[in-house]
Design a protein around this ligand. Sequence first.
Ligand code: CTP
Length: 398
Amino acid sequence: MCELKGRKLVLGVTGGVAAYKAAELVRLLGKAGADVHVVLTEGGARFVTPVTYQALSGNRVWTDLWDARMDNNMAHIDLTRGADAVLIAPATADVIAKLVQGRADDLLTTLSLARECPLLVAPAMNRQMWEHPATQRNVAQLAADGATVLGPAAGDQACGEVGMGRMLEPEELLEHVIAFFQPKLLAGRKVVLTAGPTFEAIDPVRGITNTSSGKMGYALAQACARAGAEVVLVSGPTGLPVPAGARRADVRSALQMRDAVMAALPGADVFIGVAAVADYRPADAAEHKVKKSSADMTLRLTPNPDILAEVAARADAPFCVGFAAESRDLDAYAEGKRRAKRLPMLVGNLVQDGLGSDDNLVILYDDAGRHPLERAPKTVVARRIVEHLAGLLKTAAN
Ligand code: CTP
């Protein structure tokens, strides 16, 4: 998890109850590799003190426009020089109004006015304040001025009311920040993916399945969403959370997976088959639980459709990417599958290198040959796959 490595962020914390979540946000941003410099407004400092942010960020915390710790006494200028973004979370109705008016009466508003880098703002306030025409006008103007507004969300509020105005959770804000910095290589593209295993029922409580954590497919869905694509993730049973920015269709069996894929396909530019689809299913699944007996039992299996091959064979086939997890002879099997299913791109790996793990070691295969990637976390591998895919899409379009 080093998606924000080398990024310098100025985090402005203003005076809202959601400031207690800003401490966790600093921790998450730091864990993702960002160098976080916290600036508190007077109100912000009333909720969580600078000590907490200093301990979590490892950097000095700034609160005062007249702070003399900067050599040239110009914290309002120097803090944002070299910064990749200013993120204000939580942003009160008051700070949003000030930003829109270009006021500069404290360190945070002054540096926001003097910055050269992008501004991200995560509003947090009572629902009435959020819905007030003045706030709505201000938020619209802030966005028109080039700021990225993150949230808010609906839900329980600190005041006891329920409605729109909650700050996004720290994990969601982290995801937005990471996505903000990703090149939008798949902007305007629709990507349909399959992920996870399928489960083929023998009876209501038993079935046949493949070993698959779903992590690679989910990481790839997230990487596609971060790259700006519209993403539909058709997923077998995994227990993983829906990646931000993706729409998930939950399925169990290969037949359900095929139906969901075909339903999602219209308008798709790319189809990526990551799922470990069971090649066979019981020919006659029992309606009721099968009772044991001492005699041998025979299960008759019938082949499942090959979803990827079906999609790739369509006259209106999108750009198709396959996966091949092999236990030996990777090059031969992977390239064989790519050719048999007529895929422009395939991702191959040895099962011993990736199954169930957070890391993966893969080789990409396309018409130009084989392209080994370095062993890396699945999230990073996913990003490399997206970069390669975007390159091939661009070539195909020319
Ligand atoms: N796949 C699919 N539908 C299937 C089987 C596989 O869409 N019924 C897709 C997988 O998602 C993967 C690719 O096809 O992208 C390769 O799957 P794999 O099971 O390794 O290939 P098979 O052709 O089934 O070969 P084998 O099981 O003999 O290794």
